[in-house]
Design a protein around this ligand. Structure first.
Ligand SMILES: NC(=O)c1ccc[n+]([C@@H]2O[C@H](COP(=O)([O-])OP(=O)(O)OC[C@H]3O[C@@H](n4cnc5c(N)ncnc54)[C@H](OP(=O)(O)O)[C@@H]3O)[C@@H](O)[C@H]2O)c1
Length: 370
């Protein structure tokens, strides 16, 4: 974020805060989590700091963050990196995902007004079209663009509004897991009514995949290590469920649920432990969205079953702002609610990391900021 903040931006901020009538909002400092090296130097911890309240430059807005959400493969992975060297995260703000309310505008802002409810996009410089190196390098979290802060300034291009029926907590789950699932199913996957869709496990991406596929009239089949989560998945619209811990050949059970034809779509989040099995469950001309590595990187592609099925593969890396907006329209049309497991208070954010790293949950974990 630019260091210089304009006088006009600061004046606009004061006016908006005064209008909000919130005395605490006018204090000169705010609370913000930052990564700091742990005493043993082996990884980072997240520490709560008191920092100067930022103010927006011409094309930025000031957002009072209401809620954030955590992603295990991203935020926990950052926390657990060894500090030092190029890319050191010290001072970076955790969490790519956050939603809040616009409280002040830079002088040149045209996309938003004070009071708008907004959510950050995962890659602030991927607006539309194909991926670019510039866009991919702009992801939030572990830098000045992170969301685990009472206020953030953000380029107006890097935010979108969200459907009216969603709370701030729900909106905060959308930028990473929601967009990834939507892109995998509808931008690259072209899910049709009645298609069998395979979701692996009941984490953030897969539960979004479940509710999206169900809303589209597809037949989602979801796996889990927990019968209780599978029971909940059925209530959320799962057509079929398989416990992958109880049944090592879960792909055969998935295929049986389709009457033998196989699934048309897979959101492949498991990696090494699931990729080959996902191909075994695939229908002719099926599509696999390569997304995650929950059980490690799959170093080899199973080309035999891939040829046999005539499979289509797409490697997904979240999505652009245009993808986010298309997903929002779908969410609004179907009045979809994200699946949230736990909401932590701001002061408990380190516990959210612990639950994500070592705990048991279904769907998303949220940290409420306000
Ligand atoms: N490419 C991208 O753009 C992108 C975007 C977001 C995430 N990702 C990656 O996608 C993966 C999923 O992300 P997430 O946020 O959804 O994860 P998450 O919320 O942490 O998912 C955890 C759940 O995954 C299930 N799981 C774990 N190991 C599994 C296995 N071997 N087989 C089947 N299910 C397994 C478990 O479900 P049960 O408890 O039900 O067993 C677990 O509770 C991660 O690797 C993440 O880094 C990639």
């Amino acid at each position: 974020m630019p260091a210089h903040r304009s006088a006009a931006g600061f004046a606009a901020l004061l006016l908006a805060l005064a209008a909000s009538g919130d005395a605490t909002a006018q204090t000169a400092t705010i609370r913000q989590y930052q990564f700091a090296p742990r005493a043993d130097g082996a990884a980072y911890e997240v520490v709560l700091k008191q920092v100067p309240r930022p103010s927006p430059t011409a094309h930025e807005v000031l957002v009072r963050i209401h809620a954030t959400s955590i992603n295990g493969g991203y935020d926990v992975e950052m926390r657990d990196r060894k500090p030092g060297g190029p890319g050191d995260l010290t001072g970076g703000i955790p969490f790519a995902d956050g939603a809040g309310e616009v409280v002040a505008l830079g002088t040149g802002v045209t996309r938003f007004k004070v009071g708008d409810r907004v959510v950050g996009i995962f890659m602030p410089r991927w607006i539309d079209g194909d991926r670019t190196a510039e866009g991919l390098s702009s992801s939030r979290g572990g830098n000045a663009g992170g969301m685990l802060s009472e206020f953030v300034v953000a380029d107006e291009q890097s935010l979108v509004t969200f459907p009216k029926h969603l709370s701030y907590e729900e909106a905060a789950t959308l930028p990473t897991s929601g967009v990834t699932a939507w892109v995998g199913l509808f931008k690259y996957g072209h899910v049709n009514t009645g298609d069998y869709v395979l979701l692996e496990g009941t984490g953030g991406v897969s539960t979004f995949g479940l509710v999206f596929a169900a809303a589209a009239g597809a037949k989602p089949i979801i796996t889990s290590s927990s019968d209780a989560k599978l029971e909940r998945a059925r209530k959320l619209g799962a057509f079929g469920t398989v416990n992958y811990r109880a049944d090592a050949d879960w792909q055969k059970a998935v295929r049986a649920l389709t009457g033998g034809t196989g699934v048309k779509q897979v959101l492949e989040v498991g990696g090494r432990g699931t990729l080959a099995k996902a191909f075994e469950a695939l229908a002719f001309d099926g599509h696999v969205a390569l997304i995650g590595t929950l059980s490690g990187f799959a170093e080899q592609l199973p080309t035999g079953p891939l040829f046999q099925a005539g499979a289509h593969l797409t490697a997904v890396y979240v999505g652009s702002r245009a993808d986010f907006e298309a997903m929002n329209a779908f969410i609004a049309q179907h009045e979809i609610h994200p699946v949230i497991d736990r909401v932590f208070a701001f002061e408990q954010a380190p516990a959210a990391f612990e639950l994500m790293a070592h705990g048991d949950y279904m769907g998303k974990i949220v940290v409420r900021v306000r």
